[in-house]
Design a protein around this ligand. Structure first.
Ligand code: NAI
Length: 483
């Protein structure tokens, strides 16, 4: 039974609602359920202590309970202050066998609408294992965006240096919070993060932005443990990023504003996997979609797909809806926003909130912010015109709606579970580095989702397989094939 200190969520009373939705989601997540069945007896994650930092939604609840069914000891937080679904968090804490009075599930530290201080407190708390366990921290991380991995790395770095930089050394509000937390931590225990970092066998990373951070740390020699890049499994980025966003970008816009999309001009910044899904969805609603890109290949793809491709400056004053999907920063500046049409909608679906210059917007002389409802703000400029900003510039599909639907997340999360099993059980095969899962596992994830959609696969004959130089059972493509 979990004690009150073992978790922090909004309201355990929401657990029953959460459990009902988890039950519906399980049916829509055939990959995860198949993995549960396949590994139930072997318990490959027995002994794994997994700290997860990934949007605490209903779909994530099914992921967490899959990890537990395979033997893992799990602690969880959200990787965004607005993305927790409070009923999902409550249900995971209560667990399938517990009650609100006697919760028997997984320690979760997450609620919708955390402050930045609370967010980093949750991350730190989930990274520290209860004293009674005898362990300092996890031996595996399951990350989305890399915040948990970053905290362990920064903590270790500053412990080795014997000092944490001053809070005044940065203008970044969030970094100030992290530095203050690490200063307190260093004063309390000067070997906490070094000890935690040493015990970690590896991390499996969910998203493009987190993967960028990992490759950068590996290149500059600071990566402390091996990583599996789950994002670049084909069955992750070519499905979740694209078809997931194709669904949830519209959901975010509708729930936040309910504005009619048909006939409007929508600008999608970035035409990578997320941008492709968003542009397609907006066009599907009848919007006239304009794309911005910096990469000639993606720009040409957008043009061939029938989209006008131009710069933001060219269309900033004619568009009704803006969505940033770049994973880059300062895409929409305060200057851009000042030039927009009255009540233009400004939103970001990329991982971090710096794609839109919210700090710059807030500094605009004479600007006024009117909160319309949670995660929807109208910013009124001194000349009287206003813009509508979703989720304070944070990912709008999770801030204003419920993120991706279960079926697509089943693909992503089946990759996550397989990656956790790989790194945890075959640690020696993964020396320090960043890896993607082998293609036969990628194909396996896809295969697990075919029956549910009534897909009938054609089987290669032995002769055909020989003719194209593959095995009858796959893999069917070379590693450089791009889908
Ligand atoms: P990607 O790398 O495939 O696409 C990003 C695109 O933006 C690239 O084509 C790049 O050339 C372009 N770009 C970069 N700077 C630009 C600029 N200044 N102007 C215009 N275009 C620019 O990455 P992906 O997979 O599409 O992910 C994008 C972001 O979305 C990442 O932060 C990722 O972590 C996040 N993400 C969010 C999800 C959600 O549910 N909200 C789901 C999946 C990913």
């Amino acid at each position: 039974v979990l004690s009150a200190d073992d978790f922090k969520v909004a309201d355990l009373g929401l657990a029953e609602f959460g459990r009902k939705e988890i039950r519906l989601a399980e049916h829509e997540m055939p990959g995860l359920m198949a993995v549960r069945k396949e590994f139930a007896a072997a318990q490959p994650l027995a002994g794994a202590r997994i700290m997860g930092s990934l949007h605490m939604t209903i779909q994530t609840a099914v992921l967490i309970e899959t990890l537990v069914e395979l033997g893992a000891d799990v602690r969880w937080v959200s990787c965004n202050i607005f993305s927790t679904q409070d009923h999902a968090a409550a249900a995971v804490v209560v667990g399938p066998e517990g009650t609100v009075d006697e919760p028997r599930g997984v320690p979760v530290f997450a609620w919708k609408g955390e402050t930045l201080e609370e967010y980093w407190w949750c991350t730190e708390t989930a990274l520290r294992w209860p004293a009674a366990s005898g362990f300092a921290g996890p031996n595996m991380i399951l990350d989305d965006g890399g915040d948990a991995t970053m905290l362990v790395h920064k903590g270790t770095e500053y412990e080795k240096a014997g000092a944490v930089p001053s809070v005044d050394s940065t203008d970044n509000e969030e970094l100030k919070v992290v530095l203050a937390l690490l200063q307190r931590s260093l004063a309390e225990d000067s070997t906490r993060w070094t000890t935690i970092g040493r015990e970690i066998k590896g991390v499996t990373e969910e998203t493009t932005t987190g993967v960028h951070r990992l490759y950068e740390m590996f290149r500059n020699g600071s990566l402390l443990f091996p990583a599996i890049n789950v994002n670049d499994s084909v069955t992750k980025s070519k499905f979740d990023n694209k078809y997931g966003c194709r669904h949830s970008v519209i959901d975010g816009l509708n729930r936040a504003t309910d504005v009619l999309i048909g006939g409007k001009v929508a600008v999608v910044c970035g035409y990578g996997d997320v941008g492709k899904g968003c542009a397609d969805a907006l066009r599907g609603q009848g919007a006239r979609v304009i794309v911005t890109e910096i990469d000639p290949i993606c720009a040409l793809q957008a043009a061939m797909d029938g989209f006008q491709v131009t710069t933001l400056e060219d269309v900033v004053d004619i568009a009704d809806i803006f969505v940033t999907t770049t994973g880059n920063f300062m895409i929409i500046t305060a200057e851009h926003m000042a030039k927009m049409k009255h009540q233009a909608i400004v939103s970001n679906i990329g991982h971090f909130d710096n794609e839109i210059d919210m700090a710059g917007l807030a500094r605009t002389p004479g600007i006024q912010k009117i909160n319309i409802k949670p995660q929807v703000d109208e910013w009124v400029f001194p000349d009287g015109h206003s813009i509508i900003v979703l989720a304070e510039g944070r990912l709008m599909n999770l801030g204003c709606a419920t993120g991706h639907p279960s079926f697509v997340m089943s693909n992503s999360f089946t990759n996550q579970v397989i990656a956790q099993i790989e790194l945890f059980t075959k640690t020696a095969e993964y020396p320090l580095g960043v890896y993607t899962l082998p293609k036969h596992l990628d194909e396996k994830v896809a295969r697990l989702h075919l029956d549910a959609l009534g897909v009938k696969l054609t089987k290669l004959t032995k002769e055909q397989a020989e003719y194209i130089g593959v095995d009858v059972e796959g893999p069917y493509k070379s590693d450089h094939y791009r889908y």
